[in-house]
Design a protein around this ligand. Structure first.
Ligand code: SAH
Length: 225
């Protein structure tokens, strides 16, 4: 699976993809992530990619030209299943959308800044608009990193133990069960006996029960759905 991320701050995306599971996915050749500097597509000498908003008001607006050029260049090389714009007014990202996108081949992601991007970019090129929550960040880079992480870990072969993604919160209707590791007794705080029993069926039953209790307690809305 291939991601092309268009941004004015490519450096901001160096670290999120250079560690752990995301790094492993790239080393295994399962995922490729390309970050494109929007300024490389600016026509003017100053390499500016934004301008004053028509109608006045505060904040700069990202111009259509550099985005159009970059998108056209990428599209001339391959077909994209989705061109996603990260935006607080988009559809709120969740595990269902992550699952759906993990089945795609080529995804382009546009990161906004300042007041946002010229509406015509959204109208003409974007196939999907995604928000990572009801709050406003300064740019689309961190949201892009969030969705790319959530998507990549779902691609078969990325996680070593594939079943571990299946038992994660939101993968079904339930949150994940509590987890413990050694020591079995820490200053008198003990791990539940059943987890030390070696009895797989009982352990699974306990985990399901705990997941249910946790979901009822924290996210009853998931059960009602
Ligand atoms: N004026 C816009 C916010 C611009 S914030 C509005 O009120 O809707 C600048 C950029 O940061 C956005 O264009 C978007 O790309 C990104 N961004 C900010 N918050 C985000 C969120 N919750 N989810 C996804 N992207 C976000």
């Amino acid at each position: 699976m291939r991601f092309d991320i268009i941004t004015v701050l490519p450096d901001l995306l160096d670290s999120p993809f250079a560690h752990s599971i995301l790094l492993r996915a790239q080393k295994k050749g399962i995922a490729e992530i390309f970050v494109h500097n929007l300024r490389d597509y600016a026509a003017n000498k100053q390499k500016s990619v934004d301008d004053y908003p028509y109608g006045g008001g505060s904040g700069m607006v990202m111009s259509i030209e550099p985005f159009a050029k970059c998108i056209a260049e990428l599209k001339s090389e391959r077909e994209y299943d989705e061109i996603i714009f990260m935006s607080p007014d988009g559809k709120t990202f969740n595990q269902t959308i992550a699952n759906e996108l993990s089945g795609k081949k080529n995804i382009m992601i546009l990161c906004g800044h300042y007041k946002g991007i010229d509406q015509r970019i959204r109208d003409l090129f974007v196939t999907r608009e995604i928000s990572i929550g009801d709050y406003v960040l300064s740019g689309g880079e961190l949201p892009a990193a969030v969705i790319v992480d959530a998507i990549i870990r779902l691609i078969p072969g990325v996680l070593n133990d594939e079943t571990s993604a299946l038992s994660d919160s939101f993968q079904g209707d339930l949150l994940d069960a509590p987890v413990y590791t050694r020591p079995a007794d820490w200053n008198g705080h003990k791990v539940p006996d059943v987890l030390l029993s070696g009895h797989e069926a009982k352990i699974n039953e306990w985990r399901h029960e705990q997941a249910l209790i946790r979901t009822q307690d924290r996210r009853p809305d998931l059960l009602n759905d």
